[in-house]
Design a protein around this ligand. Structure first.
Ligand code: GDP
Ligand code: MG
Length: 713
């Protein structure tokens, strides 16, 4: 909404402020305290109107009996509201509620036979289907429009997607019954598809109300078993939105707290702030009525209006005269305040409430229409293009592949994750590095050995078994190899686990990204899945081979150019002399602390002093060399994994997907051409919704223009 329009609307609404939703007492108070912040001329206008309202309310009954009902009600109406109400009615007619936009609505609820239809009839001055059984079986939207030029009432019914049927006062009951039968069947079933009845008549209040099926606890003959649930569902749908005003019709003949309609409206409007009560049949049960409406046991925030509807074959005018007479002369009913009795007062109150609720809701409706229009349009833009031939399909397919690969390259190679700022799972490089770090931690920093092993016994055993015919100060190479092989076997699974973990993760990531980018073509997703699975099998096999080779290479030769090896070995060997003294000299302590090995006990070595020096050297070599091995393994694995990932996203994935989908004469991409019912439906739905929202936008734009024009006067 453009800001000048917004300003115009808020100005307009500010002027309607005296009509703000008020409780009955507030209304009375307000009538004597006009808003201070109004300009003088506006205040005068409002004061005049308020005075009119006030006088109208007081004189309503008298006016009716003097036969000027129509003009009395009409004169009380604030003309400024009419265009707003028309706009809301047009939005309702466009079915903007289907887009989830709630309209300010007065909803009539009541237990069965409480007099709902009779109240509407009284407000409209026409006859509606009435009776003991269930009569209102579908929601009936009643649009009453004051038409001073109408000599006779003009009635029309609108239902079932645009059917418009002109009717007459005499025929309206039959016409509604026929339309109901068409919508909800000839039996006693109900439906939530509404009928709209437009009544243009001189002197009717400008009001739009929705009459709902009455609530029945017990199904009558011919009604479905779950009738209560069905009706309750429709009612709840209408009264739950906070934009709805609940007009609760209560019969004076019943105890209000036992009314089902009270229970239901309290569920959605606990404090009663948007509930107004109409008490019918006051002629039948005048006793105790004054107490009932003043005690307000059932929390009706917007107050009570007591009415007497048409009885029997009375005409509308006769009924109003009878009503006025009743409230004036009846010994009990005449005690009820005049601001709480009679159809004219009810009409007055409803118009007032309607004006304030529309003024309150309209800015938000304008906003919602615009938001939804933007959303639906961009959703439609994102829909896949229509594919007409194999060329189109191939192009669409490679477009998907390109998007998948570039997306994977970003998250797995370049470490950019702007597409998923909050979803760590998709921060690919960080997750792979995490796995590498975990793997490096699992590879022991010191050469692994059994915790309970006595110092150097493993080395001694190996030396004994590899002993040959040679000089005693020669360390046999085979002894070192046997030891190395044993140690490498202890950690061999760790690199294997790492590559498995990495490829499991990458496979899952590739699948997820692919599903995201191909959601418009579900018909190719299973082939793509197959292609990825087969590609990942190959990748895993390659990695398994690589890991095997890494370990094998370690066994081929003991070699390192890392100067750290010699430094460490020399440092450890400096302790050899101290160690040998401890082994050979019975008087030295058996517990000593050695560089590289910590505190050790040598007592068990004293009987094997001949091999101890060699065993010590063997251990020194292994300890120094182990560090190089671990470094080499971790670095090798990291580079292998990174290269694998790069190769996958830069080459293999595209190739594999293309092979799978283009093989067999492009059978895979051909499938993309087969129409997708879900896409078609979605496209249609979006197009319809955009048309509807555009029309709605026009409706509100028109009203905005009128408001700005009115503002400039
Ligand atoms: P609905 O089922 O809530 O729509 O109720 P109806 O409007 O069909 O009314 C049920 C019955 O109550 C009808 O026979 C009406 O004539 C009668 N009725 C409604 N209002 C009044 C009233 O104010 N006084 C009297 N005496 N009867 C009424
Ligand atoms: Mg009814």
């Amino acid at each position: 909404m453009a800001s000048p329009q917004a300003a115009a609307l808020s100005g307009y609404i500010a002027r309607l402020r005296p009509l703000k939703l008020q409780t009955q007492t507030e209304t009375e108070r307000m009538n004597h305290t006009p808003e201070d912040n109004m300009s003088k001329s506006k205040r005068r206008r409002t004061e005049d109107k308020v005075k009119n309202d006030d006088e109208d309310a007081k004189d309503a009954a008298a006016a009716i009996s003097s036969g000027v009902t129509a003009s009395a009600i009409a004169a009380s109406y604030n003309d400024q509201i009419r265009p707003l109400l028309d706009a809301v009615d047009r939005l309702r007619h466009l079915k903007v509620t289907q887009e989830g936009i709630q309209l300010p609505t007065i909803v009539v609820v009541g237990d069965q036979s409480s007099g709902k239809s009779s109240v509407l009839e009284s407000l409209a001055g026409i006859s509606l289907p009435r009776g003991q059984g269930i009569c209102t079986r579908v929601p009936l939207v009643m649009r009453l429009q004051d038409d001073p030029s109408a000599d006779s009432p003009k009635l029309q019914l609108e239902y079932s997607n645009g059917r418009v049927v002109a009717t007459s006062e005499a025929m309206v009951a039959d016409a509604i019954n026929a339309a109901t039968a068409e919508i909800a069947g000839g039996g006693k079933g109900i439906s939530d598809a509404p009928i709209t009845l437009v009544v243009r008549k001189r002197g009717v209040p400008d009001l739009t109300l929705v009459d709902l099926p009455g609530i029945t606890r017990v199904p009558v003959q011919g009604q479905p078993e779950d009738i209560y649930d069905q009706i309750a569902k429709i009612i709840r749908e209408y009264i739950a939105p906070k934009e709805s005003i609940i007009l609760n019709v209560l019969s004076a003949t019943v105890d209000f707290p036992t009314c089902e309609s009270i229970r239901m409206s309290q569920q959605v409007d606990r404090t009663g702030e948007r509930t107004l009560a109409v008490v019918t049949k006051v002629d039948k049960a005048p006793e105790g009525l004054l107490e009932k409406v003043t005690m307000d046991d059932v929390h009706i925030g917007l107050g009570y209006v007591c009415v007497r509807n048409r009885v029997g074959e009375e005409t509308y005018d006769q009924a109003r005269v009878e009503e006025a007479r009743l409230f004036k002369n009846h010994p009990l009913l005449s005690k009820i305040d005049r601001s709480m009795v009679g159809i004219p007062v009810l009409a007055q109150r409803l118009m007032q409430i309607q004006a304030s609720i529309i003024a309150k809701c309209l800015p938000d409706i304008v906003k919602q229409i615009n938001e939804r229009l933007v959303r639906s349009s961009s959703e439609l833009d994102q829909m896949p293009p229509d594919l007409n031939n194999t060329g189109d399909a191939v192009r669409a397919f490679f477009h998907i592949v390109k998007k998948v690969c570039s997306s994977l390259e970003k998250i797995l190679v370049r470490g950019e994750f702007d597409g998923y700022p909050d979803d760590c799972y998709f921060h690919g490089t960080a997750r792979v590095v995490e796995m590498l770090n975990r793997c490096a931690k699992k590879l022991p920093r010191e050469c692994p050995r059994r915790a309970d092993e006595l110092f150097l016994t493993e080395e001694m055993n190996v030396l004994e078994e590899t002993t040959g015919i040679n000089l005693p100060n020669f360390l046999p190479r085979s002894a070192f190899h046997v030891m190395l092989k044993k140690k490498l076997e202890m950690v061999g699974q760790v690199p294997q686990d790492l590559v498995n973990e990495v490829w499991d993760y990458v496979e899952d990531l590739v699948m997820k990204i692919l599903l995201q980018h191909s959601e418009n073509f579900p018909q190719v997703q299973s082939s793509c899945r197959r292609a990825i699975q087969s590609l990942m099998e190959k990748t895993r096999a390659r990695s398994a081979q690589h890991v095997k080779e890494l370990i094998e290479m370690e066994l081929v030769a003991d070699y390192t150019a890392n100067p750290d090896y010699m430094n460490t070995w020399t440092a450890i060997m400096e302790g050899q002399k101290k160690f040998m003294e401890s082994v050979e000299d019975m008087f030295k302590p058996t517990k000593i602390t050695l560089q590289g090995f910590g505190e050790v006990d040598v007592s068990h070595l004293r009987t094997h002093a001949d091999l101890a020096a060699q065993a010590f050297d063997l251990r020194a070599q292994l300890t120094a060399y182990w560090k190089s091995i671990v470094l080499r393994l971790v670095d090798g694995l990291a580079l292998h994994v990174l290269r694998g990932v790069k190769r996958l996203v830069e080459n293999d994935l595209e190739e594999e997907l293309a092979d799978e989908l283009l093989c067999n004469n492009m059978a895979g991409v051909e499938r993309m051409l087969s129409p997708q019912p879900s896409t078609g439906t979605k496209r249609d739905r979006l197009k319809k919704s955009i048309v509807l929202l555009q029309q709605s936008k026009e409706v509100v734009a028109n009203i905005m223009d009128r408001i700005s024009a009115a503002d400039e006067l």
